[in-house]
Design a protein around this ligand. Structure first.
Ligand code: PLP
Length: 439
């Protein structure tokens, strides 16, 4: 099949996500290796978003590939009530590397399924119903996760299942500027405590947060926020669930992003980087008291593909590669290079408003005037953003361009030289958004 046929048949017979089928313009991908992907026409693209912020170890890793092949020869599937060697090993491995008293894992197939099961676990464990989450969040596309999600993808899915209460995260754009981290934290937690009062503290099972907000802005919490939040929720017996689906597995320069705040949640949800996306797998990790509860009480949840050997084999190899090749350390080390490059873009381009990163988790916001108004508003678009996106691809760089921002989330195996090469392409293409700058 040639590229046109591939695209035509994909569009004709398969549905695409989050878009009208006729509006998508998919890139036909033939293969990928390291930090690069190659189109069916042989065009080489640097993967500056690790696909969906998930291919941590890079594409086509020989050891992950080998582990998957080995598992195919050993055992491809058994039902979830079985015990397998790979399940035993990955459970133990995750218990060893996850901080604190999180030692027990329920395996799923995706981030959304991990969060769905965390909602269930929190409700069953506490006997409470309500769930708090934040507006600037994405937690998955399944029914309950859409209600957990704050961003606009929730809106078309409303009304949904009841019991979900949204709050502001600590960075509401317009009134946090100029304040210290301590002031922002204090103000946000005071507001949150008031919400908890109004909603009824003994009704609230859990609060879900992305430890570092992902798609909705790459927003690391202000210093002290995670500790303060942990204490506040403890005061009311509300569980803290950290959704580490995007921020976990080294993306922020630590294995889990909550480690930056020196806390341990009650439940941690993971997927994406767990297998570097080689095979679908998610997990919900629970603290010892929650695990003890479900040793004596039924966990009312199940999946045909729970603890799937293929996913577990990929997870074992991907985590081992992440640790052995010191990719988390690499992400931490290259944070300063990414920041320096972002600062350089801001100096050279009037359309660059701000760049942020933690580890290799980064985003740059573009502006259309010197008042700092976004090039495209929240949930909106602008022709210059589309042109900029196309120019990136034409110049050999793949990344996500969303609203008035673009993502900088390369695989964690990227070198300093490659990272700078990526920014050189971006630098060139920003001439387009500079041209759209209104002054
Ligand atoms: C923070 C977060 N949680 C959950 C999800 C949902 O994961 P999945 O698409 O694997 O269901 C995502 C996906 O992007 C995510 O970023």
């Amino acid at each position: 099949m040639n590229s046109e046929e591939i695209v035509r048949l994909c569009k004709q017979h398969t549905m695409y996500t989050w878009n009208k089928g006729d509006a998508v313009n998919p890139i036909p991908i033939d293969r990928a290796d390291g930090i690069y992907m190659y189109t069916t026409d042989g065009h080489k693209l640097m993967d500056f978003n690790s696909q969906l912020m998930s291919v941590q170890v890079g594409h086509n890793h020989p050891k992950v590939r080998e582990a998957i092949k080995k598992q195919v020869d050993q055992l491809t599937y058994v039902f979830p009530a079985s015990a397998t060697a790979v399940r035993a090993r990955v459970g133990k491995l995750l218990a060893d590397i996850t901080p604190g008293n999180i030692n027990t894992f329920f395996f799923t197939l995706s981030g959304a399924e991990s969060n769905e099961n965390a909602i269930k676990a929190a409700r069953l464990y506490t006997g409470r119903f309500k769930i708090l989450s934040r507006y600037r969040s994405y937690h998955g596309a399944t029914n309950a996760c859409m209600q957990l999600t704050g961003d606009p993808r929730r809106l078309a899915n409303e009304p949904g299942t009841p019991g979900f209460v949204k709050v502001f995260d600590p960075w509401p754009y317009h009134y946090s500027f100029g304040k210290t981290d301590a002031e922002i934290t204090e103000q946000n937690l005071r507001y949150l405590e008031e919400v908890i009062m109004y909603e009824g503290p003994d009704q609230i099972a859990a609060m879900f947060i992305e430890s570092v907000t992902g798609t909705n802005g790459i927003l690391a919490p202000p210093a002290g926020y995670l500790k303060g939040l942990r204490e506040l929720l403890n005061k009311y017996g509300i569980l803290l669930v950290c959704d580490e689906v995007m921020a976990g597995f080294g993306r922020t320069g630590k294995l889990f992003a909550f480690e930056h705040g020196d806390i341990v949640p009650d439940i941690v949800c993971m997927a994406k980087g767990l297998t570097s996306s080689y095979i679908p797998l998610g997990a919900m990790g629970v603290s010892d008291p929650i695990a003890a509860h479900f040793r004596e009480n039924v966990f009312w949840g199940g999946l045909t593909y729970n603890s799937h050997p293929m996913g577990l084999a990929a997870a074992e190899a991907a985590i081992t590669a992440l640790l052995d090749e010191k990719l988390i350390e690499n992400a931490a080390k290259l944070e300063s290079v990414m920041r320096e490059e972002m600062d350089g873009l801001k100096e050279r381009h009037v359309s660059v408003r701000e760049g942020r990163c933690i580890g290799l988790f980064g985003m740059v916001d573009l502006q259309k005037n010197s008042k700092g108004e976004r090039m495209a508003p929240y949930n909106g678009s602008h022709p210059a953003m589309k042109k900029f996106h196309k120019a990136l691809l034409d110049n050999g760089l793949f990344t996500f361009v969303r609203w008035g921002s673009f993502m900088c989330n390369p695989p964690l195996c990227i070198t300093e030289e490659e990272l700078r090469e990526g920014y050189a392409i971006i630098d060139k293409c920003l001439a387009i958004t500079d041209e759209a700058f209104e002054g």
